[in-house]
Design a protein around this ligand. Sequence first.
Ligand SMILES: [Zn+2]
Length: 111
Amino acid sequence: MARIPLSQVDERVVNMPMVVLQCRKMGHAWQERPLGKHRRNELRGTGVIEELFMCLRCKLRRCDVIDEDTYDKVGTSYPDGYPEGYAAPRGSGRIPRREARLAYAARARRG
Ligand SMILES: [Zn+2]
């Protein structure tokens, strides 16, 4: 198998933690988490419910806001922000999965 030179790896991902590269190449491993009773009470009467998720790998937390009548998703937020090393430099555009896949492969082969 061809060795991938690190010089071919997008500089935005070259130093990202391996766990971040896994989420960037495969998508997050979401697990639904219970919404606390206190929060459920706060939302009563607002017309929306919230669904809370956490990524099993990188621990990113996501909160989807759902219309309780239609079940359309009306919003998403990340209450704690992104994990250390996840974010690309501001204004540098989105990072295609291919770039994370390539960086992961290049680093994995180096052990
Ligand atoms: Zn993740």
